[in-house]
Design a protein around this ligand. Structure first.
Ligand code: SF4
Length: 351
């Protein structure tokens, strides 16, 4: 592949075109209105694997409730998880909480560079570079899927990568070369913005793109949308059966997964059918809801069946190691549920 860009003059031209466009066109986001290290850290944790529009209300609610590291550090974990509910990947909330506690314990002192941020659990190379560059002006380039896509297209790189990690490894040095050392935060945000609004996965808007003059991929016409190339990945199909068992007083059986499922610790979910009714299969006629979701390389189909709650129910450990609880109707909106379980529970109870 060709290295990009090929001369100092082109490099300067690229940075100026990108930043000029970004300053004119950037989208309004709550974390851009007022900058601080804390607000940048919170937004970057929330934006890991989650869309900007989903994050907006969570971010505003979060910083109103806990405006700095000290207040977040003093918060109860249950409150922290509750404020995160619906964003998914709860380990991010726990890691953010732990980070705030550590910074509070250091009297508010924060790391001075990307390597320092990486020492915190849950902060990878991308998040560390984003925090250090955006909030602290440290010259560290971000390389994520957006940046990889832009760089593969700018350089018309037709390599087939094994996976995203291999592509990030390939393009991280290019991203560092491209970085504007005088304004690393603007540059990184501009790259993310370009990837989100112009150089999008399926329909790159090359005619409007501010760096089109620097892009070799344009010569491929519509074919540029196929870059970067990735080897096809096999998806594993998984079927899960769950139970919705409601008592006469409206209380519902819910489970907390086995303690080894760290990611789900302290979160409730609809129990596995086999945990509630180990000796009976669900009947097709009792199907209440079917949900599909993808996690990593798994395509999961979850079916939720109605079942009469056991008469002599007592809170207990189950076959899978999960713990079953009878949660009173009045508590159902207060507890924290994992992933899509809140949506499912509301849909079933509202029937
Ligand atoms: Fe992406 Fe098209 Fe811009 Fe090239 S010209 S960077 S392919 S949007």
């Amino acid at each position: 592949m060709r290295d990009f860009p090929t001369s100092e003059a082109r490099l300067r031209g690229f940075r100026e075109a990108l930043r000029g466009w970004f300053l004119r066109e950037r989208r309004d986001m709550p974390w851009r209105r007022e900058r601080s290290v804390y607000r940048t850290v919170v937004s970057e944790f929330m934006l890991q694997q989650t869309q900007v529009d989903t994050v907006r209300p969570y971010f505003e609610n979060w910083v109103a409730k806990w405006p700095d590291f000290a207040t977040l550090a003093a918060a109860d974990e249950a409150d922290v998880l509750r404020a995160w509910e619906g964003l998914g990947y709860y380990s991010r909330a726990r890691n953010l909480h732990a980070l705030a506690k550590e910074i509070a314990a250091r009297g508010g002192a924060v790391p001075a560079d990307a390597d320092g941020w990486r020492a915190f659990r849950g902060v990878g190379a991308y998040t560390a570079a984003a925090i250090a560059s955006i909030a602290q002006g440290v010259p560290a380039a971000v390389t994520d899927g957006n940046v990889v896509r832009i760089l593969a297209r700018l350089s018309a790189d037709e390599t087939e990568f094994r996976d995203g990690g291999a592509a990030v490894k390939r393009f991280a040095p290019e991203a560092e070369k491209l970085l504007d050392p005088a304004r690393p935060g603007d540059h990184n945000e501009a790259m993310m913005e370009l990837g989100a609004t112009m150089c999008t996965k399926r329909n790159p808007r090359c005619l409007l793109c501010p760096v089109a003059a620097f892009c070799d991929g344009r010569a491929l016409g519509e074919g540029v949308a196929a870059l970067p190339r990735f080897a096809a990945r096999a998806t594993k199909k998984v079927d899960v059966e769950r139970a919705f068992a409601r008592f006469a007083d409206g209380s519902v059986l819910l489970a907390k997964p086995h303690a080894s499922a760290r990611r789900l610790r302290e979160l409730f979910e609809l129990p596995l059918w086999s945990d509630v009714f180990p000796d009976a299969s669900p009947r097709a006629a009792d199907l209440l809801l079917e949900g599909k979701r993808g996690i990593a390389s798994e395509s999961i189909r979850e079916r939720i069946y109605a079942g009469a709650p056991p008469k002599d129910f007592a809170e207990k450990k189950t076959l899978s190691g999960a713990a079953l609880f009878r949660v009173p109707a009045g508590e159902l909106e207060k507890i924290t549920l994992s992933g899509p379980h809140r949506k499912w529970l509301r849909a079933i109870r509202g029937r």
